[in-house]
Design a protein around this ligand. Structure first.
Ligand code: SAH
Ligand code: SF4
Length: 367
């Protein structure tokens, strides 16, 4: 008989499974705590379960946390993890440190898909194609695997929580995999689970309008970030192919709807590409779009990726763009570059090992 996978189940679902095995419910809570509070993923390490019970659970259930294949650390402390899933597909997850009084806390940047079907022309993930959606277990599994690694490295703070935020800004378009993303969020948010507040969870979207509306309906208080990146349909069509179907006007309407429903401030991400979207007129058009929505703008200077046709603007252009927005009263920040030296910055993820294996397959075929 197949063992039941527990990773990705809510506490209630875990209780149902455990109860179905003829065990009392409190055993489910113990297992759930071991998994999400202590990142233990073998029943044999669950100290407060009787030995026979550990054996029994191991026969009936499984906990499949993605395997860390490789990790790299950047000069600024950002860590990129290459994780392998049970079907051997590979994804990347990034941990970005923020040092505060009381120690370092991390923002975990998770992937929601293997590759991405949106195919933005500036994005390494988008250019590498789409393989499949991740399950809720594979999404929460990234947080569990990475927290475990971080704890092992930072022994000094092993008692306290290391994670401050979870952002869906890794590989994939989270709103195209909303059901699994929502299930994962409920575990990430659950006090009994990973325990990160909704406001510390960010979903970033390239503008999938039906997904924005569906997210608004959930009533969740997560943060929505919208990758706007252009102020005209003409430019947006060129860089985010999804814009041909989901136009700017409709996108702005869906964002208004989201704000009205949730009462939350939205963040607009705006990638700065030299000669494409970074002029003074772009800055003024952008400010006219965002001002009525009281939204924040986060400027992201382009992180060049291999073989890309795009360039990052000069610092002067970035400063001028920012000053125009600020002068119009827009709340604007420039995203700090984190992990660029190890290709862990926004849009640089593409699980290079996957690509290598494809090349290997090609070369094998040609022999
Ligand atoms: N699919 C979602 C979330 C993942 S991408 C989205 O597109 O919003 C996270 C952010 O990185 C997005 O704003 C995306 O446009 C941006 N990005 C992609 N490639 C980039 C690059 N090479 N340099 C800087 N930002 C990039
Ligand atoms: Fe997908 Fe986002 Fe990359 Fe576009 S920017 S291809 S939506 S991951």
């Amino acid at each position: 008989m197949d063992r039941t996978e527990l990773l990705g189940l809510s506490l209630q679902e875990t209780e149902e499974v455990v109860n179905g095995l003829g065990l009392p419910r409190f055993r489910a809570r113990q297992v759930y705590h071991w998994l999400y509070k202590h990142q233990v993923h073998s029943f044999y390490q669950m100290g407060n379960l009787p030995k026979e019970l550990r054996y029994f659970l191991d026969q009936k259930a499984s906990i499949t946390v993605p395997r860390v294949v490789k990790s790299r650390v950047s000069q600024d402390g950002t860590r990129k993890f290459l994780l392998e899933l049970s079907d051997r597909k590979r994804i990347e997850t990034v941990a970005i440190p923020q040092t505060r009084t009381g120690g370092t806390k991390y923002t975990i940047c998770v992937s929601s898909q293997v590759g991405c079907p949106v195919g933005c022309t500036f994005c390494a993930t988008g250019q590498s194609g789409f393989e499949r959606d991740l399950t809720a277990g594979e999404i929460t599994g990234q947080v569990v695997a990475v927290e475990r690694e971080l704890k092992q490295r930072e022994k000094s703070v092993s008692g306290s929580r290391l994670l401050a935020n979870v952002v869906f800004m890794g590989m994939g378009e989270p709103l195209l995999n909303l059901d699994e993303v929502l299930k994962a969020i409920s575990i990430i948010n659950d006090e009994q689970g990973i325990g990160i507040g909704q406001r510390h969870i960010t979903i970033s979207t390239a503008g999938f309008i039906p997904g924005i509306k569906a997210l608004a309906e959930t009533g969740l208080q997560v943060t929505l970030a919208v990758s706007l990146h252009a102020t005209t349909n003409e430019v947006r069509d060129r860089i985010i192919p999804m814009n041909r179907r989901y136009r700017l006007e409709g996108l702005l309407d869906s964002i208004s709807y989201y704000i009205e429903k949730t009462g939350r401030r939205v963040t607009f991400e705006y990638l700065l590409l030299e000669g494409v979207n970074s002029s003074v007129s772009d800055a003024y058009r952008l400010s006219r779009m965002v001002k009525p929505l009281l939204a924040n703008v986060n400027l992201i200077p382009y992180n060049p990726t291999e073989g890309s046709q795009y360039r990052r603007p000069e610092q002067d252009t970035i400063t001028r763009f920012m000053a125009c927005l600020a002068g119009e009263g827009v709340n604007v920040t420039v995203r700090e570059e984190m992990g660029a030296d190890i290709k862990a910055a926004c849009g640089q993820l593409k699980a290079a090992t996957n690509r290598r294996s494809k090349q290997e397959i090609r070369s094998l075929k040609s022999k």
